[in-house]
Ligand binder design. Sequence first.
Ligand code: PHE
Length: 351
Amino acid sequence: MNDLDQLVAAAQADFEHAATPAELENAKARFLGKSGRVTELLKGLAALSPEDKKTRGAEINQTKQRIEAALQASRDKLADAELQAQLKAEALDVTLPGRQRGAGGLHPVSRTLERIEAIFGSMGFAVADGPEIEEDWFNFTALNTPADHPARSMHDTFYVDTRAADGTGHLLRTHTSPMQVRHAVQHVKAHAERLAAGLPMPEIRVIAPGRTYRVDSDATHSPMFHQCEGLWIGENVSFKDLKAVFADFFRHFFERDDLTIRFRPSFFPFTEPSAEVDIAFADGPLKGRWLEVAGSGQVHPNVVRNFGLDPERYIGFAFGMGPDRLTMLRYGVNDLRLFFDGDLRFLSQFQ
Ligand code: PHE
């Protein structure tokens, strides 16, 4: 091995030793740089005879080319290694089964609540929201249903531990009617100055949809169910308005005009007179069957008083509808429990 072969071997060894591109460039400078070993050799040519200069020059140039080739080989090797490392780090097993990402959607009862809010909204009703863990006062007493009232037994519910010995305390609300009182009291407070001055109060027109609870469970009753309360109080609001509101609402809700509404006398402690509301379709699978869809009535003077209003001046109606029942009717579902089982095979049909 002559000196030039040795130089190539040394360069090759140095290049192969370099672990990073920066190290490789440093090694390159040692051989091919301004004062690198090849450059030094070329400088040495000056002292040679023209004849020797020619042969030696050619040999050195060859050496330089071999070193450059070795350098390129090492560069390629480093780049390749870097690529392999990156590929390994970002490895993706495309044979794994994909993760399913089903698009979510609204629950059918939520759809119904949105429809109810939109339709009543178009009739000028605000939407109120209130607590599901309710005070005994709002759920019963303020609604003309004192502690010993027999109507309470129809509203068997889940009492929360804080229930006091005198029957007051907290319970899971059995209906949305407590929202009548909560909302009306707020409304009256907001207009206290006008009321004190004997000026007319802006009407109360509100719906309050939400979850309610009773100890009840079968194909048409669930311990948790939904109600939507409605309240319209003014100086001149009558049963006639109630009927008009219902007619309008149900026609919009079911998107059909072949619908009859019937008021059936009933009893609620907080309305007088009271009525159950039935609807019947003139056509279709439910043709001619009366379907109970709401309880309603003219708000009882005692309740109007609990609103903080004078029942001689302010009067109106309230109603409580069952959005679950409306959803069953609209979609032709015959078992209420399906809505709350959380079975996606059932629920995804509504998307
Ligand atoms: N809260 C009553 C119920 O749950 C329904 C109702 C509401 C009746 C408002 C009259 C007025 O049965």
